[in-house]
Design a protein around this ligand. Structure first.
Ligand code: NAP
Length: 522
């Protein structure tokens, strides 16, 4: 097992290095050092992006300098980066100008300076060796870096290029950054870190690269990168130090830590990580749960088996497409034709189930007797399918009202339900909204999913939408004094069921609900 490794690092550097390096950027040096001071509250290891400055020289001469900053904060380890345009940065000078500037920053107190592959390849190996010697004489070290802003290619070959060009006087650290176009790309990046006989830091950029940011330390990287609280994002897929360490526990992950995640596209705003990580923390379980931005299922499956991942929540658009990849499906999920939960069993095979169904039935069963109950269900999509089959299983009769009548007819036929007639609705024991009507950003924020008259005489209203919690349907129901089951209650239930399946423990439902409310407020 590898864990925040400082193997082969110069001792003086290792002693000062924190596991999370916070990247700070600004276009003037006053702001840069002010932000750096703030970031010190989160980590003593900072990367200052000098190429973000309109004039990088201003951080050497003037009222706000590297020297003043490092003298005031001797605890700070500064990585000075002044990336040239050729290397994906904003510095317009030549390779030799860049090296001269970086040397001055090392002499002014930076503990590390970053030289990218494009610069290494633009100068003679002897020039790099001489530069490295001068940096070391100034008490600092060199990191050499390579970035691929498009893909994850042959990472070993890239590391070899860095090594070849710097071999006359090897740098202290190698940095390899690629772009994840698939979740599978995280695996070779992490393997490179694990297998290298030199210190390698590495991440995959892009939303699908999140696992590499969280798991790089577990693989043996001496550090990983993050943004400061409320700070500017300087690279695609970056996460804040707070999220990385508090929510995803990147500095505490070991080989024993179980990995879970939510699969979707997009997935960044999913509430599931907040819910599950809070539950794992409350129960003292060594596990983390990550958003897994998924653009292809083969890539997801590679990651699931390669890491391995113990369990998944599945969200749009993968709830149906994942079915052929599962070895076994529970019978209700098979009827519904969609899963929202996957477990990886001891033999590596994947088992799928649908906890949306129970998350609809259980809250309703707490408020009314389902056998014989009459339910009006708005919608005929995935969530409505889960509701129709689960409620029929529980002995309720279901009338389906949908914008597209043909879809309502098809679901009614499959689930042995009826199609509701909007002009002659009658009386129901509960009304359920399984459409996006009322949802923030849907374009249908003010829409009621059923005619208002349907609420007359229906004692319970079930709203699946949870952004916002107070939808027009919820407001109308409360005005009539009806009992409301809100979208957050369903969300907490489906998550709690998942968690119970994965852990075989009683889920801390109140902790989960509180975490969801907090996440919704952010
Ligand atoms: P889906 O598969 O896309 O189905 C959407 C359904 O809503 C379809 O029947 C569609 O009718 C109907 N619809 C869409 N726009 C409408 C409109 N403007 N007016 C009336 N009906 C409309 O989506 P889903 O996965 O079933 O999700 C439905 C809702 O439930 C979403 O808001 C989702 O966020 C929510 N949900 C919540 C939870 C939770 O835990 N709280 C869990 C799952 C889903 P057509 O057939 O005419 O297209």
């Amino acid at each position: 097992m590898a864990f925040v490794s400082k193997k082969n690092l110069p001792a003086s550097l290792a002693a000062r290095m924190a596991p999370v390096c916070i990247a700070v950027t600004a276009d003037d040096s006053a702001t840069l050092f002010a932000r750096a001071e703030q970031a010190l509250a989160e980590s003593t290891f900072l990367e200052l992006r000098l190429d973000g400055l309109i004039n990088p020289d201003s951080a050497l001469h003037g009222p706000h300098t590297m020297q003043a900053f490092t003298q005031k904060h001797p605890e700070a380890l500064v990585l000075a980066t002044c990336r040239r345009i050729e290397g994906g940065g904003a510095f317009m000078g030549r390779a030799t100008n860049q090296l001269m500037l970086l040397l001055k920053f090392a002499q002014a107190g930076a503990g590390l300076v970053d030289v990218e592959l494009e610069t290494l390849e633009a100068i003679a190996p002897e020039m790099f060796a001489d530069f490295n010697r001068q940096v070391q004489e100034a008490g600092a070290e060199v990191l050499v870096s390579a970035h691929d802003f498009e893909k994850t290619g042959d990472l070993a070959a890239i590391l070899e290029r860095l090594r070849t060009h710097s071999q006359l006087r090897p740098p202290a650290i190698f940095k390899v950054v690629s772009t994840a176009t698939s979740l599978a790309d995280n695996l070779p990046l992490l393997r490179l870190i694990e297998e290298a006989d030199v210190p390698v830091v590495g991440i995959c950029m892009g939303p699908a690269g999140l696992p590499s940011r969280v798991l790089a330390l577990r693989s043996g990287a001496p550090f990983t990168f993050a943004t400061p609280r409320g700070g500017e994002v300087t690279g695609s897929g970056q996460v804040s130090a707070e999220l990385l360490t508090q929510e995803y526990r990147a500095t505490a992950v070991t080989d024993a830590t179980q990995l879970y995640g939510v699969v979707g596209n997009p997935v960044a705003h999913s509430l599931s990580p907040a819910l599950h990580n809070a539950a794992f923390r409350a129960a003292g379980i060594d596990a983390i749960y990550l958003p897994l931005h998924t653009t292809d299922l083969p890539g997801l499956l590679d990651l699931v088996h390669g890491l391995p991942v113990s369990g998944l929540s599945i969200t749009m658009p993968w709830k149906v497409q994942i079915l052929p990849h599962l070895a076994e499906l529970d019978p209700l999920a098979r009827k519904i034709g969609a899963v929202n939960t996957v477990m990886r069993r001891a033999d590596g095979s994947l088992y799928g189930t649908n906890t949306d169904a129970a998350a609809i039935v259980e809250p309703l069963a707490q408020r009314l007797a389902l056998p014989g109950a009459r339910i009006l269900l708005a919608g005929a999509g995935g969530a409505a399918r889960a509701a129709a089959f689960a409620l029929r299983n529980a002995g309720a009769s279901v009338a389906i009202l949908n914008r597209t009548r043909a879809a309502a007819e098809a679901l009614a036929k499959e689930s042995d339900s009826t199609v509701a007639d909007a002009d002659a609705l009658g009386r129901f024991d509960a009304v359920i909204n399984a459409t996006p009507a009322g949802m923030m950003g849907s374009g249908f924020e003010t829409l009621l999913p059923v005619p208002e008259s349907a609420l007359d005489g229906s004692p319970v209203v079930f709203e699946m939408v949870y952004r916002p919690l107070e939808t027009p349907l919820v407001t109308a129901a409360r005005q009539r004094g009806l009992r409301v089951i809100d979208g957050l209650e369903m969300f907490a239930h489906q998550g709690a069921r998942q968690w119970a399946l994965w852990t075989s423990l009683e889920p801390p439902i109140e902790v989960m609900r509180t975490a969801l409310e907090t996440a919704l407020r952010i």
